[in-house]
Structure formats: C-alpha cells, structure tokens
Design a protein around this ligand. Structure first.
Ligand SMILES: Nc1ncnc2c1ncn2[C@@H]1O[C@H](COP(=O)(O)OP(=O)(O)OP(=O)(O)O)[C@@H](O)[C@H]1O
Length: 311
C-alpha cells in the first residue's frame, strides 16, 4: 500500500513554483493504479517524493506503512523506473543488473530471470549506450523487478516502446498486480491507462482531480457509446428501447447508441435476426473526458494552430 498525506512540493526561491499541492491518495495492492495528468501536472515530482528522492515541502508519503528511506532492503520492497536513466553507458545490460544484484545480495540467477522477463536477454551483452529508448525502458523495468518487490512505481514505462512493447508492459503490469503487488504507473495517455489500469489517480497542476476506478471513470464520461451499422435501424432501435438507452442517427443505417454495451446490442440483434454490418464501441470520448477534466490544469498549451504550417 502506498499512501500520500498532504504531499506538497514547491520549487525555487521566489516566486515559488508549486509542483505538487496537498495530495492525498492511497494505492492499494492487487490492482494496477494509473497515475494520470497532463505534462507538468506533477506526476514525476510525486513519484520522486514517494521514493525519497525529493524531500516534500509539506506532508509525507509511506510505502507499506513506512517512508521509503527507512526500508532496510528497499530493492526488495519497491521497484522503481524513473524518467532519468541512471545506467553507466559503457556497461552491458548484464553487467548493470549483476552489479545492482551483487550490491543488494540478490543471486545471479535472478539477473537471468529478469533479463528474460523484460525481453532483453538477446541484447544483454551489448553496451547500454547503444540501446534504443525502448530497450532502455525494458532494462529499467528489469532492474525494477530485480528484488522481486511487492511495490512497483513506474514513471511513463510505455515511453519509447513499440506496439509489441506496449502490449508486453500492459500484460506484465496486470500479472504483477494479480500476484498481489502494489503497482503505480504514470502516463499522460488516458486511452492506454484505460486498458492497463483498474484504478486511476488523476492530477492537474499538482492537485488531485479524481481518484476513481476506470469503470466508474468510463461510466461517468459517457464513453459507452456504440456505433452500429445495420440495414434495419428502426427495428433494432425499437428492440433496444429501455430507460437510460439513448439512440441517435446522423447517417441512414447508422446508429449511435448510448446507455448499453456492444454485447447487449449484439445479443439483441441476434435474437431478432437483425443483421449487423458494424458494432464499434467508441473510446475516443474517454480521452475527451480526460481532456475535459484536466483542461483547466494544462500547463503547456499550443498557442498557434498546428495545421497549415506547410503553406
Ligand atoms: N527541479 C525543478 N525545479 C523547478 N521546477 C520543477 C523542477 N522539477 C519539476 N518542476 C516543475 O514542476 C512541475 C511538475 O513537473 P513534473 O515533472 O513533476 O510533472 P509531470 O506530470 O511528471 O510532467 P511530464 O508528464 O511532462 O513528465 C512542472 O511545472 C515542472 O516544470
């Protein structure tokens, strides 16, 4: 369990910049918790304070009931991946992990295990300076897993990963949480977190904006609209009519259905032998809901349109 109590960080002499502003939240074991917010929201600063790398101006944070610094064997308790890489560029991945393992009393066999787990076994002998961003991320995750920790704190682990890497990390994080670990993972991508996390902590300008389940966020955002293309739109709409179900149509033969899910629509259509040419849940509005929630706290906004630059 991770706990933040009134966690606050101000930078600079004067004027001071409040990066994190009185944050209170808990991260429970057994589920992936997504830590979301726009650029500059304070995610990295918060994670650094959880890990004792930045001293809070006010408030405090605990992991497993005590501050990170007071854990006798932190690598066995907490695995972390932060944005800044702290790997000696001349070392190979294998040497980096072995050095880390030896200084923490971790057997060499565990190095082999995490190299395999993170998909970097093939490149283990290569110097880290030749690594792509994605390979660097995988190595960072391998290092985080080295001590088989009960808590993982990962800052933007998806950064630089290709689609296969993104799928790999999604599966890995879910399985680590399913083993009963506490997993906190930051991202600025709502769509990715919706697929990976069960719980969300959303911040903007250092303040807590939402602390909720993904299911509740999806429900509240009205993201459950489903697009249906059918030659019998009227009949389908009649069969689906129920309190809370709202159906609109912009194009003949196409329905946008709110208030029920694709499974129910598919079953209803099948039960009445209504052909469906398309059945697509919309997820765009989820990103939109996140943007709506964080709009007032976006720090870096484009001031000029990005289109038409080639004219
Ligand atoms: N060492 C520092 N000195 C001064 N200001 C800082 C420092 N570190 C961070 N900040 C400021 O604190 C705010 C929060 O930054 P932080 O990196 O924690 O946000 P973030 O949510 O992780 O952003 P991103 O998604 O862009 O990584 C930003 O305005 C940033 O400019």
């Amino acid at each position: 369990m991770i706990r933040a109590h009134g966690l606050t960080k101000r930078y600079g002499p004067r004027p001071t910049k409040t990066a994190v502003d009185g944050l209170d939240f808990e991260v429970r074991p057994g589920a992936v918790t997504g830590f979301l917010g726009p650029n500059g929201a304070g995610k990295s600063t918060t994670m650094r304070m959880l890990l004792g790398l930045d001293a809070p101006t006010a408030g405090h944070a605990t992991i497993g009931g005590r501050s990170y610094a007071t854990h006798p064997a932190p690598l066995h308790e907490v695995g972390a991946l932060l944005e800044a890489r702290s790997v000696h560029p001349g070392r190979s991945a294998f040497h980096h992990l072995t050095a880390l393992a030896l200084t923490h009393g971790i057997p060499r066999s565990r190095v082999e295990e995490v190299l395999e787990l993170a998909g970097v076994r093939e490149v283990a002998a290569r110097r880290v300076k030749g690594f792509s961003l994605g390979m660097g991320q995988r190595l960072g995750i391998a290092a985080a897993l080295l001590g088989d920790p009960g808590t993982l704190i990962l800052d933007e682990p998806v950064n630089g990963l290709d689609p296969e890497g993104v799928l790999w990390i999604r599966t890995l994080l879910k399985s680590l949480a399913a083993q009963g670990r506490t997993v906190l993972v930051s991202s600025h991508l709502m769509s990715e977190m919706a697929l990976t996390a069960e719980h969300l902590v959303i911040i903007g300008r250092g303040r807590l904006l939402a602390d909720t389940t993904v299911q509740e966020f999806v429900r509240a955002s009205g993201a459950a609209a489903v697009k249906v293309v059918t030659p019998e739109p009227t009949a389908l709409a009649d069969h689906l009519a129920a309190p809370g179900v709202h159906i609109t149509s912009d194009t003949p033969g196409t329905l946008d259905i709110h208030g029920t899910d694709a499974e129910h629509i598919g079953r209803t259509a099948a039960a009445h032998a209504i052909p469906l040419y398309e059945l697509t849940p919309h997820s765009r509005s989820l990103e939109q809901a996140f943007m709506d929630l964080t709009r007032d706290s976006v720090e870096y906004q484009a001031t000029t349109p990005l289109t038409g630059a080639a004219a």
